[in-house]
Every structure is written in structure tokens, then in C-alpha cells.
Design a protein around this ligand. Structure first.
Ligand code: AMP
Length: 395
């Protein structure tokens, strides 16, 4: 049996899991436990084409993991027979010190807890997931794979905020970048698709999901990325604002009387597409625009404007780009967003083929015109596979 890695992505009230075979790229099973701790939780398990789901109260993350394994057993699969060699944990923030895939021991857990302040919304649930999984599966190595890893060596010009240098050093303030696992995976896949050595390519990767980020990659190494100290900077996202003048936050605190917590919630959960138009799903956004909804129209225009700005900025950072790649939920599925992001850029060497862009094809594909000097690709991201592969590098 091929080696299998259980990949866990633990949120505050959810646990996403996938059983991946890193060598073959095969996903044996995947699923989600939702609404942990609420009155009714739902566990889903997808095994090949079979899908099972169960509702009931699940008190905490440990119960969530145990229930998932019960569901495996009921469908006739036992963990011991799956060739499990490791558990991979997606961790958003590794701070300055942690960036390589790291085997988790007690000291690493302590360090991760200390990092909570850097990513208060994301890191604590990940640490919880790690602690629970170490209890439930004590005989397997647990490996933390960091969303910040790929961007650890960003050039200092891109990683540094122009602020008081000593203060930044004292508080570890820099641009860390996130979605690194996806940007790295997708840029490698783009090179493979083009049958070109990654060292020979300048790339722009646009990861457009609920969270969204852009990166500029030269020869396989990132030279800039849109997320910074937190995953709030950069592009307009589902519920996050992306770039905003920090003066707005000071004004809201001092003059509008909002607390730090209220401002944080507003920026993370009530901004972006949701804050502007009340909707994060782009399928619905398009429907609303077609029915004359002005708020949805404005949200979409702000989203596209920001995206185009980043594409232009990264073209300038790179000098030229060989390939622009769209990935994640919006990037992989929304032909209108891709068209509106790149339309009119022929003088900069980027020209879409409308027919290829509109095709409902899935999988890695080219969507640029033959004559376009820059190739435009759509490549499905696969963060779980990348995490599983990262785990194998250390076990
Ligand atoms: P992700 O965070 O990568 O899972 O992306 C989720 C987002 O992708 C959703 O909120 C939708 O806005 C978007 N999405 C998913 N499927 C489609 C689709 N067929 N067309 C347009 N947008 C989509």
C-alpha cells in the first residue's frame, strides 16, 4: 500500500480532512466536520464516489476526529490498513522562526501557542487541531506545514514595511505572505504544464478563493506577494478588505468609537465582497449584477480594479512575465473575473482566447491566445497534496 498522509485543516468550529497519497497524488478520502460545539454538527465523508453524512452534536474537535474515524470504520475502512505514515497540519502563521515543514513536539506546540497573537483568528484553531490529533493518533509523526513558508525568503524590499525599524524588529513586524503552499504548488504545476524548467520562468499567480492573494515569482522564488503581516492585506476578498489606509482604522477607533475587536471583525468578516455587496459567492454576485443590483456591481468593480492593479504592479516588479495563472474557487471557475482582470492588456503582452477562457473544461489548461507573448493558465490548486508531499520530506 502506498504511503498515506492524513491532512488536517482545523478551523474554530470546523475540521477539514483529506487522506492523500503524496506519491501518486491520489486522494483516498476527504470530508469535513462542521459546526463543532453547536447544537447540530454535520460530519461528511467522501470516499471515491461514495458520500456519507451524519448530523448530531459533536462537542469538540477531539470528538470530531473520533467520529470521523468511526465513520471510516462503518464504511469498512480502518486506519491501520491505510498505510498512514504521518499527519500533516495546515498552520497559517509560522512567525519568523518556523517555516520549514516541522515535526511537532511539545516545544513546537509551545512556540505555536506563542505565535497566536500574530494570527489570532487562524493559529489557535490549528494548535487545537494539532493537540487533539496528537492525542488521538499518538504513534504517528505530526507535521506542521506553514502557509507563510514559501514567502520566508522574500527579498527585503518586498518583505519590509516602511515604518520605525526598531519597532518592527522588536515586534516581528514584516510582510510574511500567506497561501504559500498554493502559490508554490501552482507555480510548479505551471512549469510542468509548460514543460519548462521553473528556473526559466517569471510568473504571476492569482489565488482567488474566499481568501485571495497574488504573487510574483522569478525562477521559482517569490519576489512579492499581496498578503503581508496578516492575511488581510492585498486583494479584495470574500469578507476581508484587503488594502486599506491604516488611517481609516485610527479614525474608526478614535472618532467613531469602535473598539479594536469591532474593527478587527469589520475588516475580517464584514468587508470585501460581503461588506460592499452582501454576498461572497461570485455566482450570486453575477446574478445580482444582471438583475440591476448596484451594490453588487460596485463590489465587483472594486474587486476587479484591485486585481488589475496587482497584475500591473507585478508586471513591473518582474519586468516581464512568461505566465499568469489563475487558481482557487473564483480563479478556476469564473471566466468573467478572468476576462475582466486581463482585458485590454494586449499592449503589455497578455491576451486571452475568449473561447478557451469560456470553456467549461476543468483541470490545468491554457486560456491565452496563441499569439499572446504571456501564457495565461488555469491550474486547480491542491493544498492538501502539497502539504502531504511536504510531510514526506521530513518523515
Ligand atoms: P475557495 O476559497 O477556493 O474554496 O473559493 C470559494 C469561492 O469560489 C466561493 O465563495 C465562490 O465565490 C467561488 N466559486 C466557486 N465555484 C464557482 C463558480 N462555479 N463560479 C464562480 N465562482 C465560484
Amino acid at each position: 500500500m502506498a504511503d498515506t498522509v492524513l491532512v488536517l485543516n482545523s478551523g474554530s468550529s470546523s475540521l477539514k480532512y483529506q487522506l492523500m497519497q503524496p506519491d501518486t497524488g491520489i486522494s483516498l478520502a476527504s470530508g469535513l466536520v462542521e459546526r463543532i460545539g453547536e447544537e447540530t454538527s454535520t460530519v461528511t465523508l467522501k470516499w471515491g464516489n461514495e458520500e456519507t453524512s451524519r448530523d448530531g452534536r459533536i462537542a469538540d474537535h477531539e470528538a470530531a476526529l473520533r467520529t470521523t474515524f468511526d465513520l471510516f470504520a462503518e464504511s469498512g475502512r480502518h486506519l491501520d490498513d491505510l498505510g498512514l505514515v504521518a499527519v500533516g497540519h495546515r498552520v497559517v502563521h509560522g512567525g519568523q522562526a518556523l517555516y520549514r515543514p516541522t515535526i511537532v513536539d511539545d516545544a513546537v506546540v509551545t512556540t505555536l501557542k506563542e505565535l497566536a497573537a500574530l494570527a489570532p483568528l487562524h493559529n489557535p484553531p490549528a494548535v487545537l487541531g494539532i493537540e487533539v490529533a496528537r492525542r488521538v493518533l499518538p504513534d504517528l509523526p505530526h507535521i506542521a506545514v506553514f502557509d507563510t513558508a514559501f514567502f520566508h525568503d522574500l527579498p527585503s524590499a518586498a518583505a519590509t514595511y516602511a515604518m520605525d525599524r526598531e519597532l518592527a524588529q522588536r515586534w516581528d513586524i514584516r510582510r510574511y505572505g500567506f497561501h504559500g503552499t498554493s502559490h508554490q504548488y501552482v507555480s510548479q504545476q505551471a512549469a510542468q504544464f509548460l514543460d519548462a524548467p521553473i528556473e526559466s520562468l517569471n510568473q504571476i499567480v492569482l489565488h482567488l478563493g474566499n481568501g485571495a492573494s497574488a504573487s510574483a515569482i522569478a525562477g521559482g522564488r517569490p519576489v512579492d506577494t499581496s498578503m503581508g503581516f496578516t492575511p488581510m492585506e492585498g486583494l479584495v476578498m470574500g469578507t476581508r478588505s484587503g488594502d486599506i489606509d491604516p488611517g481609516v482604522l485610527i479614525y474608526l477607533w478614535r472618532t467613531a468609537g469602535m473598539s479594536v475587536e469591532e474593527i478587527e471583525t469589520m475588516l475580517n468578516r464584514h468587508s470585501g465582497m460581503y461588506g460592499l455587496g452582501g454576498e461572497i459567492d461570485f455566482r450570486v454576485v453575477h446574478e445580482r449584477i444582471e438583475s440591476g443590483d448596484e451594490a453588487a456591481q460596485l463590489a465587483y468593480e472594486v474587486y476587479i480594479h484591485r486585481l488589475r492593479k496587482y497584475v500591473g504592479a507585478y508586471l513591473a516588479v518582474l519586468g516581464h512575465t512568461d505566465v499568469v495563472t489563475f487558481t482557487a474557487g473564483v480563479g478556476e471557475n469564473d471566466a468573467r473575473v478572468r476576462r475582466d482582470a486581463l482585458t485590454g492588456l494586449a499592449p503589455l503582452g497578455i491576451e486571452l482566447d475568449e473561447h478557451l477562457n469560456d470553456s467549461p473544461a476543468r483541470g490545468a489548461r491554457r486560456i491565452s491566445a496563441d499569439k499572446s507573448p504571456t501564457t495565461v493558465l488555469v491550474i486547480p490548486t491542491n493544498e492538501e497534496l502539497a502539504i502531504a508531499q511536504a510531510c514526506l520530506t521530513v518523515v
